[in-house]
Ligand binder design. Structure first.
Ligand code: PMP
Length: 421
């Protein structure tokens, strides 16, 4: 197969874009054959720049909850664009949307809107610091909370002071959570929590209810705020904050990605207790109050409440999981499939440098299914049972090809992650 458009775009991009592409959507560390550029998307499908069709199990890294180009959501967006978008002040839709978020998310009494998940997590941190008058943060090692300097996972360009006063624990480990809180001592502002462990490269784990409850107690004992970062998992786990599933209500939660089905908006929501502090922080941006994304978010929330999208993506995810497992075993491979079925991560047993995973993913893309070797994937409500069958047929063929290629696969030089057993 040849990819003339992709090749030309990469050459041009290398001249005018640092690294040719940067950030989480750069494909340099992905297996051979992943397109960097996409020309079009519709429903559950992507077309790359050369016109190849791919069933997209990444959903734009989360935002596509109801699929690309959902008619009602995009109609709301386009109509609002024609009416008024980024104006000198917000549209009345901002009040409608804040009311809707507050009535949807049980712990929330107020909402603030911004653009990216990193805006929401950083505002959460500022609100907690303003509320407590303290600076310390406890968070889990390896958990991602955005690209702002305080949370950025890479060292380049970050001053040590940007990360000062952070104390790390291991997710789901109560003793290490208690130890991190003890290290922060009297200086604790916030305990951050991912809704479940969805770190890259490693098996995903559901939250232990005892860990979530202890985080709540420790926040109450110290006066710190408990923050759930629901940017990635929000509304794919529950029609509420994801920790509602373990019966724990945070003080603040952060939202982004899926809340407007791909249109640019994120949110920080909070309990009354933190309202005073939220009123005092300076938080703003040129495009934060634009109305079209708010209209899209209202239309998304309407479908969240009126459809069985959640039950359907869980069922499809379970079918995908058991089918992948069956096909892998038939060809002699053992998979570690973790995370919620609707946000699956697939790793191979005995694959320290992911050479098996990379080859399988390459074959999946060649057979028209976009999968990720080390980041959790996402299902959308635009997917159908036929799409799941299509993915399973591609998987069967890809496992067969992997079985043939496995004995000759050399070291995987592209794999960027930690060594695994
Ligand atoms: N928190 C979590 C849990 C995320 O997954 C992400 C994005 N992957 C962020 C925060 C940051 O969101 P954004 O990239 O929209 O700034």
């Amino acid at each position: 197969m040849t990819y003339p458009m992709e090749k030309g775009l990469r050459e041009r991009a290398a001249r005018v874009i640092p690294g040719g592409m940067y950030g989480h959507q750069a494909v340099g560390a992905l297996p051979e054959g992943y397109p960097q550029f996409f020309a079009r998307a519709e429903g559950a499908w992507l077309w790359d720049a050369d016109g190849n069709l791919l069933l997209d199990l990444m959903c734009a890294y989360g935002p596509q909850l109801f699929g690309y180009g959902n008619a009602k959501i995009d109609r709301a967006y386009v109509d609002q664009m024609a009416t008024g978008d980024a104006m000198t002040g917000p549209s009345p839709l901002m009040v409608d949307l804040a009311e809707k978020m507050v009535s949807t998310i049980r712990h929330a009494d107020w909402a603030m809107f911004c653009k990216n998940g990193s805006d929401a997590t950083t505002m959460a941190l500022m609100t907690a610091r303003a509320h407590t008058g303290k600076n310390g943060v406890v968070r889990a090692r390896g958990a991602y909370h955005g690209s702002q300097p305080w949370a950025n996972p890479r060292p380049r360009g970050i001053a040590p002071g940007d990360k000062a006063e952070q104390h790390f624990c291991d997710y789901n480990d109560v003793a290490s959570l208690e130890a991190a809180v003890a290290t922060a001592g009297k200086n604790l502002a916030a305990i951050f929590a991912a809704p479940y462990r969805h770190d890259v490269f490693v098996d995903q784990t559901q939250p232990d209810a005892a860990y979530a409850r202890r985080a709540r107690e420790l926040a109450d004992e110290t006066g710190a705020l408990l923050i759930v970062d629901d940017v990635r998992a929000g509304f794919r786990m529950a029609r509420d904050c994801s920790w509602s599933l373990v019966g724990v209500q945070p003080d603040l939660s952060c939202w982004g990605k899926a809340i407007a089905n791909g249109h640019p908006i994120s949110a920080l929501v909070g309990a009354d207790k933190a309202r005073g502090a939220a009123e005092t922080i300076y938080a703003t941006g040129s495009f934060w109050f634009a109305a079209a994304a708010m209209a899209a978010s209202l239309a998304t929330l309407e479908q969240i409440h009126s459809t069985d999208y959640l039950e359907r993506i869980i069922l499809m995810g379970e079918r995908l999981r058991s089918g992948f497992d069956k096909h892998a075993r038939r060809h002699g491979f053992t998979l570690r499939q973790t995370g919620p079925a609707q946000m699956p991560l697939i790793l191979f047993e005995n694959d320290a440098d992911m050479r098996l995973g990379y080859h399988w993913c390459s074959r999946m893309v060649a057979h028209g299914v976009y999968v990720h070797p080390w980041h959790n994937m996402f299902l959308s409500a635009a997917m159908t049972d036929e799409n799941i069958d299509f993915a399973l047929a591609a998987a069967e063929e890809s496992f067969r090809e992997l079985e043939q290629a496995a004995p000759t696969l050399g070291p995987n030089t592209r794999y960027p992650g930690p060594k695994r057993g």
